[in-house]
Ligand binder design. Structure first.
Ligand SMILES: NC(=O)c1ccc[n+]([C@@H]2O[C@H](COP(=O)([O-])OP(=O)(O)OC[C@H]3O[C@@H](n4cnc5c(N)ncnc54)[C@H](O)[C@@H]3O)[C@@H](O)[C@H]2O)c1
Length: 282
């Protein structure tokens, strides 16, 4: 079945971006939030993003109105009843996601594909909560969605090939580059990135070099756009610690265990840019 109508569940940081790129690619897009206040806030952020594009001459005012015209906001999950694809981008919580997939399964038409934007939850558990496990997969977008090109297409051992193909075509249609991966915690990018960031903290803890010199070394020595501590502060130390703990729990390998300094910085409320203090002061 072709994808005509797309549902996006959750209009936070990621959901608003996913709804934006979907509507920009001409898909009728229905966005669901938990309540009206959050819906208005999410759609307001989306509108500001588009107005920014118009202000910088990257989009015509008419095109912005057309994009906004393709987005319908609602607080009723039932309004997703005629969507061909739903991308779930709600809070990162396994029981909540499982329960939500069971509800989506009852509401959406039998052909619909149900996708999760989860970074660390188990997609197989979400699939198993439905009566259509073959049509459940992960579509892992990156933040900020309108700018980041990559989407990890995540298949479980239950996912059908046709669903993967249809979802991958949709990812291309919204202007992103898909890569194929499997449902194992952290997928490709975080599986490699998180142990690198944790190692950077261990190297710093060992007294080998200063924060500034480690950042400078990885920027100039590896051609990375930013050093590990600048990146850690940007991602958020609490988020990194959470993902590391989930990875450690899954693989039981010491390299995924959050180092003591990371834990203590989170306890101290030094979460990175968002709290004004992480490895650096903001
Ligand atoms: N933030 C990132 O960098 C990032 C990157 C990739 C993937 N993700 C994943 O995307 C998902 C969303 O993350 P986020 O950063 O956008 O979080 P967020 O907190 O900004 O947004 C989540 C939104 O979901 C809404 N929500 C919660 N329960 C709901 C329900 N039952 N129905 C409708 N809406 C509901 C919340 O009100 C909130 O607005 C998570 O699974 C996260 O792991 C996040």
């Amino acid at each position: 079945m072709p994808i005509n109508k797309v549902g996006v569940l959750g209009c936070g940081l990621m959901g608003s971006g996913i709804a934006q790129v979907s509507a920009q690619a001409s898909f009728a897009t229905m966005v669901v939030e938990a309540n009206d206040e959050l819906l208005q806030r999410g759609l307001g952020n989306l509108r500001k993003m588009l107005e920014g594009l118009v202000a910088r001459g990257k989009m015509e005012a008419k095109a912005k109105d057309d994009v906004l015209g393709r987005i319908v906001g609602t607080t009723r999950l039932d309004d997703l009843k005629d969507c061909d694809l739903v991308v779930e981008a709600i809070t990162e919580n396994q029981p909540l996601k499982n329960e939500t997939f069971a509800k989506l399964d009852r509401i959406c038409p039998p052909h619909a594909i149900l996708a999760s934007n989860t970074s660390s939850c188990n997609v197989t558990a979400m699939a198993a909560a439905t009566r259509r496990p073959g049509q459940v997969l992960g579509l892992h977008f990156f933040n900020p969605v309108p700018l980041m090109k990559l989407v990890e297409v995540v298949r479980t051992i239950l996912t059908d090939e046709t669903a993967v193909r249809t979802a991958t075509d949709w990812v291309r249609a919204v202007g992103k580059t898909p890569v194929q991966t499997k449902d194992a915690t952290a997928f490709i990018v975080n599986r490699l990135l998180v142990p690198y960031l944790l190692d950077a903290i261990r190297v710093y803890e060992s007294g080998l070099a200063t924060l500034e010199d480690i950042d400078q070394a990885m920027k100039l020595g590896c051609g990375y756009p930013m050093g590990p501590f600048t990146l850690l502060d940007l991602v958020g130390l609490d988020t990194t610690m959470y993902v590391a703990e989930v990875m450690f729990d899954e693989f039981r390998e010491p390299r995924y265990a959050p180092p003591p300094l990371l834990k203590r910085m989170v306890m101290a409320g030094h979460l990175g840019r968002k709290s004004g203090q992480g490895f650096y002061k903001y």
